[in-house]
Design a protein around this ligand. Sequence first.
Ligand code: GSH
Length: 226
Amino acid sequence: MGLSMPSRSGPMRLHDTQRSGNAWKVRLLAGFTGRALERRTLSIDKGDLKAPEFSAVSRFRQVPVLELEDGRTIVESAAILFFLAQGTSWWPDDSAERVDVLTWMSFEQSRHMHPLAQLRLHRSLHPSRPVDPRDVAEWECKASQALAFLEERLSQAKDGEWLATVHHPSIADIALYPYTRLARMGHIDLDGLPHVRDWLSRIEKLPNYTALFPGRLELNESTSEI
Ligand SMILES: N[C@@H](CCC(=O)N[C@@H](CS)C(=O)NCC(=O)O)C(=O)O
């Protein structure tokens, strides 16, 4: 797939892959805020992310990447969410709430996303790929612990409250949503986490929610590209 990167003008463009949970965060926020994003969907399996042209787009050779109208790029889902949320209710005005949003987003990157993403990858997306069982055991332990922290926080939230904010969901809810939603693909059970399940469905009922495969909520846990 060609990835030429001249400076350009046009709508913002999201470089993603079809099943990337990190890129899904960006598409969710764009949907909720009514912002048009062009998609350039790459394939990890076909080696698009290893192509030399992709290093000009993404300094860490990963998706998501947000390419701005003038050709500059932003990498890392948290940075992209922060950028797109400015001037919207998804980034709160209150400084204590901002601190909480950043706390949960940092938690997601350091303790939540990686073990859940690895379990999904090895148990559902690429089950025949060799993996060290000790790694799997560690991811299971870390994933369960991260979800238990999320359940604890959500069990304390008063009626209508969100993860880090009171009156309106924030980019912390978006950051934590995809890999929690996809946890079952890594054989992590959500049955004992009623507040987490309730929070997931509240997010899915928000206006302009974007499914992983747009318009196909039932395919959120699909193991194949469509
Ligand atoms: N910390 C990064 C993680 C991004 C990430 O893990 N991207 C995955 C897809 S979800 C990727 O590009 N994997 C391919 C690779 O690492 O080669 C973020 O939050 O954006």
